[in-house]
Design a protein around this ligand. Structure first.
Ligand code: ADP
Ligand code: TRP
Length: 324
């Protein structure tokens, strides 16, 4: 199966990104042909500081490699190293009905949060469709918030194939129920754009501070509590083993436990969970040439897949370019 996914370098990666998307990406490396990329053009919809775009792009690369992305098994690259994607995006824009984009909740959410409603933000799903369809991807592992974008991608592929002939492959989303939406410290979906994240590689003091900020209800210590309604428990179960998770659920239900106890343990578990990756990340940080080589090589391999598909698309649409 050809698996593809991308993450925007629009901020530091958080545990919602990890459990909602990256962990699946890493697992799917085994037994599949996987392509993962850093969606730097998408990040321009919310970032205009070039240094920050460069820094977050580098950070996402380090994070992925530290967390277990294996460049021997996976094609790992920057979106901008495959310029055919932006070319395809224009062609898709010419067949995408406005209504399809107007219905996208992610766009509406973002403008509600104060991100300017520019055309790039509006056509964001068209670029995403190009990302996916240019490699004839079959499976797209993402968090639940991206489900609608994959549906738009399928609609674009159907429209294209109906208009120009069967050229594109329809992808399926791959969304894990248990981690579809990881809550942030305020109880809303954790997101780089909502200032409610716990970063994967923040210093342990910083992680602890964030964990202590997690919103809980005001049930007094002695009273029983419902683990399934608690944001602390929702995160704890991601990093604790099943025996410890069950113990905490019992302690919640029995009463006599304060949320502060669960928070302290959560901060410890988070630090342990990512401890090895933290060491690997520090080593990679000292080796920027290696990281650049991985991305450059990934870009070459991704272009080799994209090229013939783009040729088919140009032929079908009547777009002629001179041979080099
Ligand atoms: P953010 O919302 O923080 O900007 P992205 O949009 O770059 O994150 O998302 C990258 C990947 O991580 C996507 O597959 C997305 O669905 C997933 N993801 C992001 N936040 C969460 C979350 N809170 N829970 C589950 N998955 C998430
Ligand atoms: N829109 C995705 C997100 O915000 C990032 C992304 C861009 C993506 N292109 C993609 C995800 C293609 C999967 C496939 O998370």
């Amino acid at each position: 199966m050809r698996v593809l996914s991308g993450i925007q370098p629009s901020g530091r990666l958080h545990i919602g990104n990890y459990f909602g998307a990256m962990r699946q990406h890493l697992e799917l490396q085994a037994g599949n042909e996987s392509l993962y990329f850093i969606a730097n053009y998408h990040a321009l919809t919310s970032l205009t500081d070039a240094d920050l775009v460069r820094q977050y792009t580098r950070d996402v690369a380090l994070d992925y490699l530290a967390l277990g992305l294996d460049p021997k098994r996976t094609i790992f690259f920057r979106q901008s190293d495959v310029p055919q994607v932006t070319e395809l995006s224009w062609i898709f824009g010419c067949i995408t009905p406005m209504g399809l984009l107007e219905r996208c909740v992610s766009y509406k959410d973002k403008i509600e949060k104060g991100i300017p409603a520019n055309a790039g933000l509006f056509t964001y799903p068209v670029l995403q469709a190009a990302d996916i369809l240019i490699y004839r991807s079959q499976l797209v592992p993402v968090g639940a918030d991206q489900k609608q974008h994959i549906e738009v991608t399928r609609d674009v592929a159907i429209k294209f194939n109906n208009t120009y002939g069967e050229i594109l492959v329809l992808p399926e989303p791959h969304i894990l129920k248990e981690t579809a939406v990881v809550p942030g410290v305020d109880g809303q979906k954790m997101s780089k754009s909502y200032d409610n994240t716990i970063e994967i590689f923040a210093e342990s003091g910083q992680i602890k501070k964030k964990v202590m900020r997690i919103v809980t209800d005001s049930t007094p210590v002695e009273q029983p509590k419902d683990p399934d309604k608690c944001n602390v428990f929702a995160l704890l179960r991601l990093v604790a083993d099943s025996a410890e998770t069950a113990q905490w659920a019992d302690r919640y239900r029995a009463g006599g436990m304060g949320y502060g106890d669960a928070k302290k343990r959560l901060a410890e578990l988070l630090a342990d969970f990512f401890a090895e990756a933290r060491v690997r990340r520090a080593a990679l940080e000292k080796n920027p040439d290696y990281v650049e080589d991985v991305l450059a090589d990934g870009g070459r391999r991704a272009r080799a897949i994209a090229d013939p598909v783009m040729e088919d698309v140009r032929k079908a649409t009547g777009i002629v370019v001179a041979r080099k």
